[in-house]
Write a protein that binds this ligand. Structure first.
Ligand code: NDP
Length: 240
């Protein structure tokens, strides 16, 4: 983001702050009083908790139930926004993988999956299937998505990707080399596209397995890269 500010000639800088979960409320209260603070980027594990500490939310943040950017108004009012899903879809599109009309299997039902699910439906996927280790969480996310998109095809399934065009790992599996696969990679076949949210390692075991089976792969970094401008514009009050 600092490179982005610098390229635009903006008098702004972003610095990392480490806040423990039990201190979040006090930290946010203190940030309200900082008059030269335009906003905050929020990451794990605070995205959901911080949504309850904002004074207002964008529609996307309200639907997803999580915030990853906060705009601080001059009077201290904090408005929460959510751009993870839009960043993910923008990254796929930039790589030439359109989501409209495609059948998508998404592994995961946490914060990242929630944002991605809403964004995929907003961008017109033909069907969204959710697989998650904890099936209740997958059902709960599917229901929230159906409440907003009642005409959409949204279902909960097992780990078999057969019959899908795009398979998304929206879990945290892959951060460690000995993690299990997020879905049954033996059933990946071309021309399926395998897409990741995990950024480190850049090539996860899921992407390696997909490539070995001849599928196109898409890493986790573009999801973040495509958000930089969105986050900066939101914090600057130039976009909602
Ligand atoms: P959450 O903790 O909200 O969700 C974690 C998800 O992973 C859940 O679906 C959970 O399943 C699943 N999971 C975790 N461990 C296991 C396991 N051992 N076996 C099966 N499933 C498992 O995390 P987030 O959604 O916030 O983040 C997920 C990932 O997305 C992280 O790696 C994060 O770094 C990445 N991310 C990347 C971004 C980017 O810009 N590239 C942006 C945001 C996030 P269950 O419900 O059963 O626990």
């Amino acid at each position: 983001m600092n490179a982005y500010f610098s390229a635009l000639g903006r008098d702004a800088v972003i610095v990392p702050c480490h806040v423990a979960a039990e201190d979040l409320e006090e930290a946010i209260m203190g940030l309200r009083r900082m008059r030269n603070l335009d906003g905050i980027i929020v990451t794990v594990p605070h995205k959901e908790a911080v949504a309850t500490l904002c004074d207002s939310l964008t529609e996307e943040a309200r639907l997803v139930g999580a915030v990853n950017a906060i705009r601080r108004h001059p009077d201290g009012h904090l408005k929460g926004g959510q751009f993870d899903g839009e960043g993910f879809v923008a990254g796929l599109h930039k790589a030439g993988h359109s989501v409209a009309g495609r059948r998508v299997l998404m592994a995961g039902a946490g914060g990242a999956a929630s944002g991605i699910g809403f964004a995929l439906l907003r961008h017109g996927v033909a069907a969204l299937t959710i697989y998650n280790r904890t099936a209740d969480r997958a059902e709960a996310l599917a229901q929230r998505l159906r409440d907003t998109y009642p005409a959409a095809s949204i279902s909960v399934t097992g780990p078999d990707p057969s019959g899908h065009d795009i398979v998304v790992n929206a879990t945290s599996l892959g951060l460690r080399q000995d993690d299990p696969m997020p879905i049954d990679t033996q059933r990946l076949v071309p021309p399926m596209v395998a897409a990741e949210v995990v950024m480190q390692p850049e090539v996860t075991p899921f992407l390696t397995a997909a490539a070995q089976r001849g599928c196109a792969t898409h890493g986790g970094y573009p999801m973040l890269a495509e958000q930089v401008a969105l986050l900066a514009q939101f914090i600057a009050g130039e976009a909602d």
